[in-house]
Design a protein around this ligand. Structure first.
Ligand code: ADP
Length: 380
């Protein structure tokens, strides 16, 4: 039976674009709302409605036209979602979970309450309160300070190791947590539908670019033991159930040098760490999300190829109309899948696209991905 429910997505960035692509073969009526029809999703999906997802009235007006409301970004108007939900609209993720997830302080408290391992933390009103705690000895170096809200892609995170780093303190309400001695950062995308079916994608390893503090390369499967892979999946499943989320939840985990696993943060939507599933798996994260929120049978993502995904980022010091270099060379290679998001303007480290490399030999895939990173330049 065809899925004829009208799905409304708040946001028309690259995730809205890839959700639209996944909706297309099933002819699902999927609508996007965002500020400009030049955004990546709006450029390919004619079901675009102009509006501000941070605005209560716009969210309400858009949501009322839909059967199901979902998001591709967390910074949507929460009151609008709550209103829709209490009026009986299907809203995924649920507003209560989103409220917690939008605030890194509430997230840490939630994990503590639910018995889910995550770094020890304290909450502070501002940078002065942090300095005060250091001076009276209730806070010790090293620690990680995070803005409670509105942080993304590493902006809003400050690692403070010594007194000399105090100038890097963020002047914002923050959560301060233990600095984890990270061995690997892992991402697990998990899906859950209304009937309670849960399916997790195989955990991936997230390697970060130290300069941009952005995901540099994503390696699937993560190079950890099968026991650890299973442990990561189990934690992700417990987390999606604890939040009672329907749809996708991307769970970012730390594995420390002692082998202990803890939750860093989650995102209740399709995620950068699942882009490779478009080509490497029998179901993509985007189609799985649509299945989950329409209470359709989820596909078990058991069959997949080893893969590496690299983000295509705007070059440092370049802002303005975008130009791509080196793409022709990359497009010559089989099993290399290029996605450009169609953003007109580049900015330093802006996510402009991604490339997924498939290879039965994972180390070979990593080598190819490194070569691609050197070949492609995105400038103004
Ligand atoms: P964002 O939400 O902006 O992506 P994260 O909370 O994921 O921010 O933090 C960005 C990066 O900072 C993480 O990927 C990790 O490398 C590092 N980091 C965050 N928290 C800790 C921690 N408690 N200990 C060590 N490193 C951390």
């Amino acid at each position: 039976m065809a899925i004829r429910k009208k799905i409304g997505v708040l946001g028309a960035g690259q995730l809205g674009r890839m959700l639209s692509e996944a909706a297309s073969p099933l002819d699902i009526p999927l609508y996007l709302m965002d500020k400009s029809n030049e955004f990546p999703g709006a450029r390919i999906n004619p079901n675009f409605i102009a509006g501000d997802f941070k605005d209560f009235d716009d969210v309400l007006a858009f949501g009322r036209k839909m059967d199901i409301v979902t998001i591709e970004i967390e910074s949507v108007n929460l009151k609008g979602l709550e209103h829709l939900e209490s009026g009986g609209k299907e809203v995924y993720p649920n507003a209560k979970a989103l409220k917690i997830i939008k605030d890194k302080g509430l997230q840490r408290a939630f994990y503590e309450e639910k018995g889910l391992a995550s770094p020890a933390y304290k909450l502070f009103q501002n940078a002065d309160a942090i300095k005060e705690a250091i001076s009276i000895g209730t806070l010790q170096y090293p620690f990680v300070q995070k803005s409670r809200t509105e942080g993304y892609d590493g902006r809003g995170v400050s690692i403070i190791k010594t007194k000399d780093d105090l100038s890097k303190l963020l002047h914002t309400e923050s959560v301060v947590e233990d600095l984890v001695d990270i061995d690997k950062e892992i991402g697990v995308v998990v899906a859950r539908n209304k009937s309670g079916q849960v399916e997790a994608f195989v955990p991936v390893e997230m390697a970060f670019d130290p300069e941009a503090n952005l995901l540099d390369m994503l390696i699937c499967p993560a190079r950890i033991s099968s026991e650890k892979l299973q442990e990561c999946v189990d934690i992700a499943i417990s987390t999606i159930k604890a939040f009672d989320i329907i749809g996708l939840l991307a769970v970012e985990l730390f594995i420390d040098k002692a082998g202990d696993i803890s939750i860093n943060e989650v995102a209740p939507r399709p995620h950068n760490s699942g882009h490779h599933t478009i080509e490497n798996c029998i179901v993509s994260q985007f189609q799985q999300h649509l299945r989950a929120i329409t209470n359709t049978e989820l596909i078990k993502p058991s069959e997949y190829s080893p893969a590496v995904m690299v983000n295509l980022l705007g070059a440092a010091n370049h802002t303005g109309p975008v130009k791509y270099f080196g793409l022709q060379e990359v497009l010559k290679t089989p099993k290399v899948y290029c996605h450009l998001y169609g953003k007109k303007e580049t900015r330093p480290f802006r996510k402009m696209g991604h490339v997924t490399v498939l290879d039965q030999n994972l180390e070979e895939a990593i080598r190819k991905a490194q070569k691609i990173k050197k070949l492609i330049k995105i400038t103004s």
